[in-house]
Design a binder for this molecule. Structure first.
Ligand SMILES: Cc1cc2nc3c(=O)[nH]c(=O)nc-3n(C[C@H](O)[C@H](O)[C@H](O)COP(=O)(O)OP(=O)(O)OC[C@H]3O[C@@H](n4cnc5c(N)ncnc54)[C@H](O)[C@@H]3O)c2cc1C
Length: 372
C-alpha cells in the first residue's frame, strides 16, 4: 500500500491553517511550523466574498463563519461628504458574503486542524534531496517530508530560500484598521460603506458580535507620520466619530501596503508557495485572504489527483496563476485610482465611478462567482 505523503507547511496564518485543514480532510500527514508563540491573528476585520465562503462551505465551516460574522448585502461607494456614488448588491450569489474578525476566522480554521501545529518555530533554510525535503528552523529543529508549502506571508523566507531575497514593492499607501463597539447612526445594516476622497479613503462594516470594523488609507511616503483625527475631521460625521470611539493604543493597527508583480514559478519540484507568499496584493478589493483560501482548496485537489508531488504543484500553479494575476493587477489599478489628489482628477474619478455603476457591479460578480 502507498505510504501517506507528509506535507510540511511553513506559516500558520489564514492560508497555512486552511491548507492544513484541507489536506487533513484529504488524508495527508501534515506538519505546520509557525513563527508566532501563540495562535492569534491581528485585531482587524476581513470581508469574505462568495468565492471565499465557497471554500469555507467545502471545508464544512460556513455555518461557523456565519455564526461568528455578519452577513454583508451591499457595497456602497460615497463621496467624503456621504453622497452615494454607487451601490452594489452583493447578496445575489448562492453563497453569503461575511464580515468577520480575523481572529475568529483563524480560530474556526485551527479548531478543525488535526495535524501537528508547532508554534514558536521560525523557518530558516531548506534542503531538497531526492524526492524528500528537509526544513530547518532557527532553533535548530528540523523536519523531513515529501513536500513543502511556504505559506509564510508577504516577506516569505521560503520564497527567499527558493529565489533569493527580493523585497516586495511599497505602493505609496499606508492603512489603519480599527475595531470599536460604537455603531454610528448612519450605518445601514449589512452595508460596507466606502468613502473616497483626495488621496485618502475610509470604509466601515459590521463584523460578528456587533463589532464595527473600519479602515482608512492614505497616499504617503514610507515612514511619514499622520494624524488620523486631523486627516478625516471634515469627512462624513460617522468617520471622525468612529476614529474618536476607538482605543488608539489597543484597537488601531497601521500597516504600509506592498505587493509584488505576479511572476512564475512559485516553486521548484516538491516545494511551492501559497497565499501572500506567492502573490501578495493591495487590499483594495479585499481579496488577499480569499485568494489564500482558494489556493488551499486547489493545491489539495491537485495533490489528491496527482501522485507525483512536483506534477501536482505544477498543476496547482497553472490553475491559480492567471486568476491571482488578474486580481493582483486589478487591486493595484484600484489603488492607483485612489492616489489621485488633484481636485479636477478627483472630480473626474468620482464622476467616472458614478457612471460605471453597472460595470463595477459586473466586475464584482466576475471576481466573486469564481468557484475553486
Ligand atoms: C489593510 C488590509 C486589509 C485587508 N483586508 C482584507 C479583506 O477584507 N479580505 C481579504 O480576503 N484579505 C484582506 N487582506 C489581505 C489578507 O490579510 C492577506 O492576504 C492574508 O492574511 C494572507 O494570508 P497568508 O496566510 O498567506 O499570510 P499571513 O496572514 O501573512 O500569514 C503568514 C504566517 O506565516 C508566519 N511566518 C512568517 N514568516 C515565518 C517563518 N520564517 N517561519 C514560520 N512562520 C512564519 C507568520 O507569523 C504568519 O502567521 C487585507 C490586508 C491588509 C494589509
Amino acid at each position: 500500500m502507498e505510504k501517506t505523503k507528509k506535507i510540511i507547511i511553513v506559516g500558520g496564518g489564514i492560508g497555512g491553517a486552511a491548507t492544513a485543514l484541507a489536506l487533513n480532510r484529504a488524508g495527508f500527514d501534515v506538519s505546520v511550523y509557525e513563527r508566532a508563540q501563540e495562535l492569534r491573528e491581528v485585531g482587524a476585520g476581513i470581508a469574505l466574498w462568495a468565492n471565499a465562503t465557497h471554500v469555507l462551505n467545502e471545508l464544512g465551516l460556513l455555518e461557523d463563519a456565519v455564526r461568528n460574522g455578519c452577513l454583508t448585502t451591499n457595497y456602497q461607494f460615497l463621496t467624503e461628504n456621504g453622497k452615494e456614488l454607487v451601490n452594489v448588491s452583493v447578496d445575489k450569489f448562492e453563497l453569503p458574503v461575511v464580515g468577520i474578525h480575523r481572529a475568529d476566522l483563524h480560530k474556526i480554521l485551527c479548531s478543525q486542524v488535526t495535524s501537528k501545529f508547532t508554534l514558536g518555530q521560525t523557518f530558516e533554510r531548506l534542503e531538497q534531496y531526492g524526492s524528500k525535503i528537509r526544513v530547518y528552523m532557527k532553533s535548530g529543529l528540523y523536519d523531513e517530508g515529501d513536500a513543502l508549502i511556504g505559506a509564510d506571508g508577504l516577506r516569505s523566507q521560503v520564497r527567499a530560500a527558493l529565489f533569493g531575497e527580493s523585497p516586495p514593492i511599497y505602493r505609496n499607501f499606508t492603512t489603519w484598521r480599527g475595531l470599536t463597539n460604537y455603531i454610528p447612526n448612519q450605518y445601514r445594516p449589512g452595508y460596507i460603506h466606502e468613502f473616497l476622497g483626495r488621496g485618502k479613503g475610509f470604509g466601515f462594516m459590521m463584523l460578528g458580535n456587533n463589532k464595527m470594523y473600519w479602515y482608512a488609507a492614505a497616499k504617503t511616503k514610507q515612514g511619514q507620520k499622520h494624524d488620523l483625527e486631523v486627516m478625516f475631521q471634515d469627512w462624513f460625521s460617522a468617520i471622525p466619530e468612529l476614529i474618536a470611539a476607538t482605543d488608539k493604543a489597543t484597537n488601531i493597527i497601521q500597516t504600509d501596503l506592498y505587493d509584488r508583480v505576479p511572476s512564475r514559478p512559485w516553486g521548484k519540484e516538491n516545494i511551492t508557495l501559497l497565499g501572500d507568499a506567492a502573490h501578495p496584493m493591495l487590499p483594495t478589493l479585499g481579496q488577499g485572504a480569499c485568494m489564500a483560501l482558494e489556493d488551499a482548496l486547489v493545491v489539495t485537489k491537485c495533490l489528491q489527483e496527482l501522485d507525483d508531488v512536483s506534477k501536482a504543484f505544477e498543476q496547482y500553479e497553472l490553475q491559480r496563476f492567471s486568476r491571482v494575476k488578474s486580481i493582483v493587477e486589478q487591486s493595484l489599478r484600484s489603488g492607483r485610482m485612489g492616489e489621485l489628489e488633484n481636485s479636477i482628477a478627483v472630480k473626474l474619478r468620482l464622476q467616472f465611478i458614478k457612471l460605471m455603476g453597472s460595470t463595477i457591479a459586473d466586475s464584482f460578480t466576475s471576481f466573486h462567482s469564481f468557484r475553486a
